[in-house]
Ligand binder design. Structure first.
Ligand SMILES: [Zn+2]
Length: 88
């Protein structure tokens, strides 16, 4: 599984100081998810200080090796188990 987050920093809420607003949104998100068991297809939106949509997050199935099902860093990446004799 993979947690994917995208935040747009073009809204007015980011005009003054970007870091504090990003941090505020991430803290809110942390509070939202910290007591949940996340699974694929979980998702949500990120709201800035003014209540405007600033992004979204989702949990997706990440790419896996077609031979051994190990998680891969990205689509087409070399499998970390490729050196094992049982791995063709
Ligand atoms: Zn593999």
């Amino acid at each position: 599984m993979r947690f994917v987050l995208s935040m747009d920093m073009e809204n007015d809420a980011f005009r003054e100081d970007t870091g504090p607003e990003v941090a505020r949104i991430l803290r809110n998100l942390a509070r939202t998810v910290e007591h949940r068991s996340l699974d694929t297809d979980d998702d949500g939106i990120l709201l800035d200080l003014n209540g405007n949509r600033a992004g979204m997050w989702e949990v997706i199935e990440g790419p896996t090796c077609t031979v051994c099902d190990a998680p891969l860093s990205h689509e087409g990446a070399t499998c970390p188990n490729q050196r094992l004799s049982a791995h063709p």
